[in-house]
Design a protein around this ligand. Sequence first.
Ligand SMILES: [Zn+2]
Length: 677
Amino acid sequence: MKKIGDMMKNNTLKMTSLCMLTIGISQFASAEMTRATLPLLKAEQLPTWCDSNLKKIQQEISSFEKIPAKTDAAAAPILAKWDKIFAHLEDFSGPIGLYSNVDPDAKLRKAAEDCEIKINQFHTDIFQNSKLYNVIKNTKATDPIDKKYRQDILDQFEDTGVQLEPAKRARMKAILDELTKLEQEYNRNIRDNPEKLEFTPEEMKGLPESYISGLKKNTKGNYLLGFEYPEYRPFMELADNDDARKRYQIAFTRRGTEQNLKLLKQAIDLRYELAQLFGKASYADWVLKDRMAKTPEAVNQFLAEVQKTVAPLERKEVEELRLFKSQTLKTPLDKTEITRWSEAYWSEKLRKIKYQIDQEKLRDYFPTLAAQKWLFAISSDLYSIDFKPVKVKAWQSEVEYYDVVDKKTGKLLGGLYMDKFPREGKYGHAAVWGVYGGSTLTNRLPVSALVTNFNRKGLNSDELETFVHEFGHALHGILSNTRYASQSGTSVERDFVEAPSQMYEEWARRKETLSKVADYCDPACPRVDDELIARLKAVHNYGRGLRYARQTLYAQYDMALHTADALKVKPLETWQKMEAATTLGYVPTTEFPGQFGHLMGGYQAGYYGYMWSEVLALDMLSAYGDNLNNPQVGQRYRQTILSQGSQKPAAELVKDFLGRDPDNKAFFNEITGQRVK
Ligand SMILES: [Zn+2]
């Protein structure tokens, strides 16, 4: 539900008391504020828990319905009541959303998924209820925060079809239900694909023993590889056999099965129909009105500008790779080719030889525990907060919990859960769940859960960036200080939500911060020095053209599917045409659209948001200049951005922080490698 996932990068519990079943939130008294921890559930209790909570919220909704819809009624008390109902809903929908992804018990995960479907339907019913809508509509808000919250609520009602005539409203509900099912099926087809590819020992050449020794073999002595990233990625980067990589890549793009191309088409048509119900020209028009970008034209113009900048860079990088390959293999340049299935392989070789970066060796610099202590310390200095470990029971025994406390006032600000290491059946990427939003009105504290799949011993530089990135999302939730829980933390516009995290990634790249990791190593570890920083920077800069060109292609493809011509669009044909126009071209028989999960998971007409957020991230970063450790800037950032949630439109937040209108200079300098700080 409120998960912030990431780009294309990644015990049965006991109920301690029955009252948690019905209250849904366990509370421990502390000096000033009340610590909020998550309820622990058992699979067999979950359906009852889900139903009884929904029933309870329904009663609150029914009582809200009875508020007389008086013209110009004071908004504040009505909004407060509304927000409270949704906080109660969140008390159980928050944990459900998390547990369906991380609970060790498969039965509980399934029960949580079933509950999620009920919660979604419940949501649609609420936001199609015209009595509720009229109560809010008739209020008069007097201050800017109330005005914004009132408008956000009304938008949500209107986007769910409350103003549509009854037949269209019913159709809207049916479309939403159908879309949920299509999306679940599409993602299940990818997730549950049991196909394994067979590779001979000969074809495994180039891969390290640590990788090979963990693989399954068949009776012929061949290796069996599936579609999980930890199996696929190293193979594409390290396996010497070109044909084997080609075979694996083609199969990987087809892992969603042909069925998924049909499901995607059905979803695109339904989304178009949905936009039509609202008189909008396209699904993109309908979605974007509530985003920073506002219109498809603004998105397309932005993407065209990025494309214009990165296309020559991409060509240059492919040329560099081709030259490197021809020199390495001693083949004539005009007979040397870089293909889609060899790009990652030659890039990795180039990184190792030219930039001397071996990701595996970097783990010595960033032991996982030291990295965590360092991340706590830099966040603590920057934002004037402390992290205090507290023993609380969680969904799994290794999960850690921290109180986050304000240094100056000693006030408890919120709670942080960390579930760091991989295990079977756990969500496979890296993400943060903003489980509870905070509210100053009701002294409700925010709780965020950070979920990753780290190596226990140490992190490479990509993983360290991921850690800092996700931590940025967690702090956005925990340092939130909004009046209403619904406006807490990461409830900002979808094309802004990545910005705070993308900005924070820089803390994993510069010397003034990275050199401090060694302070927390026990036993001692090597300290990051100027020379390593220079190599890390060079390797970060290398491949920008290829990386941004690919992101632009994904975003443009997404926009191309959700146009006014959607009914005529054939997803695979459109993809073939667009990818064929790129430097590396389209590889026959690949079916990328069948496994582009973002398009069936909340990022439809929204993939551009990653780069849109990055424009703002890099612009905000410029305020730190030469010193990322500057606590004055950090605390101004905490006050103007992190604590505000969605109380103001994101554009205003950024303006408050920067003292000027945002611009895209820093972003374009980053793409072209001209960014200084
Ligand atoms: Zn993120």
